[in-house]
Design a protein around this ligand. Structure first.
Ligand SMILES: [Zn+2]
Length: 264
């Protein structure tokens, strides 16, 4: 059964220096395609550069909310991102969103997020969201921003999904919403993530995507170690064994979410 890793970072160290080996190992383990996701301008450019070298690798480009501290000229940064996004291997804008877990809540984060939503609309690309908070604020503000600014014609992917179940219920109602699950769903203390997974599986099983977020979030039994892209197999196996996840459906839906035409 082929797997698509819809969110990984061959463009970030320590994977970047050795990405061809990691990609070869992922393929040996059944990964057929992967989307390399940008977190800033230079990692977005790297994602595109890598994707141009391998037919089955694709890129998403975006400025992560944590980068807000480094941005001095938002308009200029967005126009640089737009230039990078012109490449035909770019399938989405991301990862973008709100992070009140690592950073203070502020308007600058929202402006960066909205600017990139508008870019995704302009380029007719899906959107990959990063949302984190220790309470509920970032989650519900994200929904407010989406409802105000997004058109829901293309996919909106809730990457490494977390947050209150009420937020998930609302996001499930959107057309073309998808939910990315990562290795952290295998963690012992991840009951809440498993509750989110079960809610999505029960409500809209065609909205489930699998991700590694490599080099982060290695699944059990490698928790805390470097997450390698090939480890997506372990997450898939866990969800298959515990929840009878339909991997064929996940594969087809991943192609659809990102408009991937090529088959393997
Ligand atoms: Zn990521």
């Amino acid at each position: 059964m082929p797997l698509i890793d819809t969110h990984c970072h061959y463009n970030l160290e320590p994977l970047y220096g050795n990405w061809p080996t990691h990609w070869a190992q992922a393929q040996e383990n059944g990964v057929s395609q992967s989307i390399i996701v940008g977190a800033g301008l230079s990692s977005s450019q790297k994602a595109v550069d890598i994707a141009q070298k391998e037919e089955q690798l694709y890129a998403a480009v975006g400025i992560h909310p944590e980068r807000i501290l480094k941005i001095t000229d938002l308009v200029q940064s967005l126009s640089q991102l737009e230039t990078i996004a012109q490449n035909k291997k770019v399938l989405a804008i991301g990862e973008v969103g709100l992070d009140y877990f690592h950073l203070e809540k502020n308007q600058a984060q929202k402006d960066l997020f909205i600017g990139q939503i508008n870019l995704a609309k302009k380029l007719n690309l899906p959107l990959i969201l990063h949302v984190r908070d220790q309470d509920e604020t970032a989650y519900f503000e994200t929904l407010e921003i989406l409802e105000q600014h997004w058109h829901f014609e293309k996919a909106v992917i809730f990457h490494c999904v977390s947050g209150p179940l009420k937020y998930i219920e609302q996001a499930l109602k959107y057309p073309n919403s998808y939910f990315g699950f990562d290795g952290n769903i295998t963690f012992k203390n991840a009951d809440h993530l498993r509750a989110i997974f079960q809610l999505v599986q029960k409500t809209a099983p065609q909205k489930i995507l699998l991700e590694t977020d490599a080099p982060y979030l290695a699944p059990v039994p490698w928790r805390g170690q470097l997450c390698e892209p090939k480890m997506i197999v372990q997450t898939a196996k866990y969800l298959l064994e515990n929840y009878a996840l339909d991997l064929e459906l996940v594969y087809q839906d991943s192609l659809q979410a990102f408009d991937i035409k090529s088959s393997i």
